[in-house]
Design a binder for this molecule. Structure first.
Ligand code: GLC
Length: 736
């Protein structure tokens, strides 16, 4: 009896409370049916001053606290642009050594750019977004879209090359693909991070025109077309003010002119001043050194510029609370787009689809630079003994390099890929050269004896039917590594001498360079086969072997020019003031002439031009035609031409269209990329390629106007297969 009464009573109680709870409406900020902006204002109105201060700066190495009392979750951030980085301990740069934080390592962004395939960029961003979501990350700190200005920059491998149009077309789908998973992409590093040397404080002086035409377009596209939810400030200064709290870049351009409604966050340690951070649009402070700008003191997040110092200035009335509220609104908007969005998918990781995308991007990004006497493809069975020589055939290149390091669940090396493709009995491997372990701050010599490595390599080469040398750069300090630049453009670790010795021992040698940067090639005339490969990640081996064997027809195109020598490069042509800077300031004297814009305008022949890449088949271009002769500013040119696969293998060609203005009132590059399209054709197949090119895209930035200017003039459109190989032209006239 008693038991029944108790049960009855508890059921009544439960009914009463549940009915009373059900009667109380959900707070607006928690109600998914409410508009985000209303939810933001409601949450903001409920937060105390201290809670508002807390939500705009880090609580650990890679997280910010949200608002526990209101049930607004922590924000978790993770590197990086090529995959979801391993876990870190709470408050320093040590890996947490979890056993469940490995990832799919996708190819580096130079490889993605080299595919010239925006559809792949979408799939790439989506894949990382899925893995990030599954790993409960709300912001991925990538992609990087800084322009490749010098071949020495340690982080070019993380970016998408020298051309603002290519970077713009590739970054938009990456952002969209990622953010459809409810994970924020974070464009970086805003702006002008074009070298690593003295990155923490170098002051960049550059003209408005070069800023607008070269260095900002990819960021602008990411914001206005990609709808990116976060942007990371760079370490350097622009016109004397740190970029992470820069009045011109953030308040005037990013937020006011472009209408960016997301979160502007620091790089780790890139905030330097409370007043500037408060007034110049910094919304989220991460990774600051917490005891007076030296090495971080543990768990001293209250020392952050936007923490206690900011609070005190608000409490004293020195700074208005409205500045804080604007930051909190943006962080809250990011929360509602990510960890408070109940409808976002749940993600997944290490799926066969992820592996397939990693392999597809790798295969489509590999660039065939030289192929004489049918050196490539090497069909299985063509040779009995294939020598694979070089440390880059086996080195784990997803490690090191700085913050883009990854812990791939697997990273199939080129050697493993070659053995899988050709059979162990046909492959002979030797190291040839050795670098030390990846490290961010100094060289760690390998300890191996150089001479014996070389002797062994020469012997193996002599005894083989064909030699494939896998060299290039790596992620070691002062290589393709964050924090510093290379000191020259030469292959490191004695590779040039080794290559010469190998070629002498066996002229039937091909070179596969793995890098994120251009290198000098003194041996080029002595080899028949040359491939520019990249940091390909988990599927490097299969992708490399598939291209070498001919199973995949290479279709990559160079996203940056390869100069014959460093002095030919625009940044180095103007001496130290231009690169790396003198007394803390550098002047971008090359201005708008960066990359092929420089080489082609100054008639300096590069070793290999931007947009260049061979195929195992050939393509024939028809005559370019436009839909009419005269255009106004708000029209688009409809450009058509035929493209035929005139060879015996299926393949893909990236057709490129460069624009030149006949009589500009200002200096303009002799050509600027304004369209490209990757066309897949079966042998013998011919397609009519149609491209629509907005006339407005022919404008240049007029510093006097402070705006873009399209002049009435004749404009020539060059249909090309690289910045230097023009197949057909069509000239039109613009009359505004
Ligand atoms: C690094 C990098 C940045 C990275 C951040 C967090 O210094 O510059 O790209 O996302 O710190 O690791």
């Amino acid at each position: 009896m008693k038991h029944t009464l108790v049960t009855l009573f508890s059921v009544m109680l439960l009914t009463l409370t549940s009915r009373s709870l059900a009667q109380e409406p959900l707070p607006v900020y928690l109600d998914d049916s409410q508009p985000v902006e209303a939810r933001i204002e409601d949450a903001l109105s409920r937060m105390t001053l201290k809670e508002k201060i807390a939500i705009i700066h880090a609580q650990s190495k890679f997280s910010a606290p949200g608002c526990p009392r209101l049930g607004i979750p922590e924000l978790w951030l993770s590197d990086g642009p090529h995959g979801v980085r391993m876990e870190f301990v709470w408050d320093d740069w040590n890996h947490a050594d979890w056993t469940n934080d490995s990832c799919t390592a996708y190819p580096a962004l130079t490889c993605l750019a080299a595919t010239f395939n925006p559809d792949l960029a979408f799939r790439y961003g989506n894949a990382i977004g899925q893995e990030a979501r599954y790993r409960k990350k709300d912001i991925i700190l990538g992609p990087g879209v800084n322009i490749y200005r010098t071949p020495l920059s340690g982080r070019n491998f993380e970016y998408m090359g020298e051309d603002p149009y290519l970077s713009s077309r590739m970054v938009v789908p990456y952002v969209k693909g990622m953010q459809q998973n409810g994970v924020a992409a974070c464009l970086k590093h805003f702006a002008l991070n074009n070298q690593e040397k003295n990155r923490d404080n170098i002051n960049v002086e550059v003209s408005d025109r070069a800023l607008r035409e070269i260095y900002l377009p990819a960021f602008k596209a990411g914001v206005q077309e990609g709808g990116v939810w976060a942007i990371m400030g760079s370490y350097n200064k622009f016109r004397g003010q740190y970029c992470s709290h820069n009045e011109i870049l953030i308040n005037q351009i990013l937020k006011k002119e472009w209408g960016f409604d997301g979160v502007m966050l620091t790089d780790w340690g890139s905030a330097h001043d409370t007043d500037e951070a408060a007034r110049n649009g910094l919304d989220l402070e991460m990774g600051s050194w917490t005891n007076g700008l030296t090495w971080g003191v543990s768990s001293a997040y209250d020392n952050y510029y936007l923490a206690q110092p900011f609070l005190k200035k608000i409490e004293s009335g020195e700074l208005p609370e409205s500045l804080l509220d604007e930051k909190v609104r943006r962080v809250l908007r990011l929360c509602f787009r990510t960890n408070m969005n109940r409808n976002r998918p749940y993600g997944c990781k290490l799926t066969p689809e992820h592996t397939e995308i990693a392999r597809r991007v790798a295969e489509e990004g590999i660039v065939l630079l030289k192929n004489e006497n049918h050196f490539f493809p090497i069909a299985p069975g063509r040779y009995q003994k294939i020598a694979v020589i070089g440390e880059n055939a086996v080195k784990r290149l997803s490690e090191g390099g700085g913050s883009s390091e990854l812990k791939p669940q697997k990273e199939i090396s080129p050697l493993e890929g070659m053995i899988e493709k050709y059979g162990r009995e046909h492959i002979v491997f030797t190291l040839g050269y050795a670098s030390g372990a990846p490290n961010y701050s100094n060289e760690l010599p390998s300890g191996l004896d150089v001479d014996s490595l070389v002797q062994e390599a020469v012997k193996v080469a002599r005894e083989a039917d064909v030699v494939l040398f896998f060299g290039g750069l790596n992620k070691n300090f002062q290589q393709d590594c964050e924090g510093d630049d290379r000191r020259n453009m030469d292959l490191p670790f004695g590779q040039n001498e080794l290559i010469e010795r190998i070629i002498k021992a066996n002229p039937n040698t091909g070179i596969i360079l793995i890098s994120g940067n251009a290198v000098s090639m003194p041996w080029l005339s002595k080899v028949d086969g040359l491939i520019q490969s990249w940091y390909l990640g988990s599927q490097g081996g299969p992708a490399t072997a598939n291209v070498i064997s001919g199973e995949v027809n290479p279709s990559g195109k160079l996203p940056f020019s390869i100069p014959v020598k460093l002095e030919d490069n625009s940044a180095h042509y103007f001496g130290e003031e231009s690169y790396p800077g003198v007394n803390g300031t550098q002047y971008y004297k090359d201005d708008i002439l960066v990359g092929y814009r420089w080489y082609d305008t100054r008639k300096i022949k590069p070793q290999f031009p931007f947009g260049y890449g061979l195929s195992y088949t050939t393509f024939r271009y028809g005559k370019a035609r436009t839909d009419k002769k005269n255009y106004t500013a708000n029209e688009s040119v409809k450009l058509t031409f035929t493209l035929k696969n005139s060879g015996a293998k299926a393949g893909a060609e990236t057709v490129q269209v460069y624009m030149s203005q006949k009589k500009p009132s200002v200096l303009r590059p002799v050509k600027e990329l304004k369209a490209f399209k990757k066309v897949y054709l079966q042998p013998g197949e011919e397609q009519v390629v149609e491209l629509e090119i907005p006339v407005q895209s022919f404008a240049f930035y007029d510093e006097g106007l402070g705006d873009w200017k399209l002049e009435n003039d004749k404009y020539t459109l060059h249909v090309a297969s690289s910045s230097r190989k023009i197949h057909s032209t069509a000239t039109i006239e613009v009359n505004n």
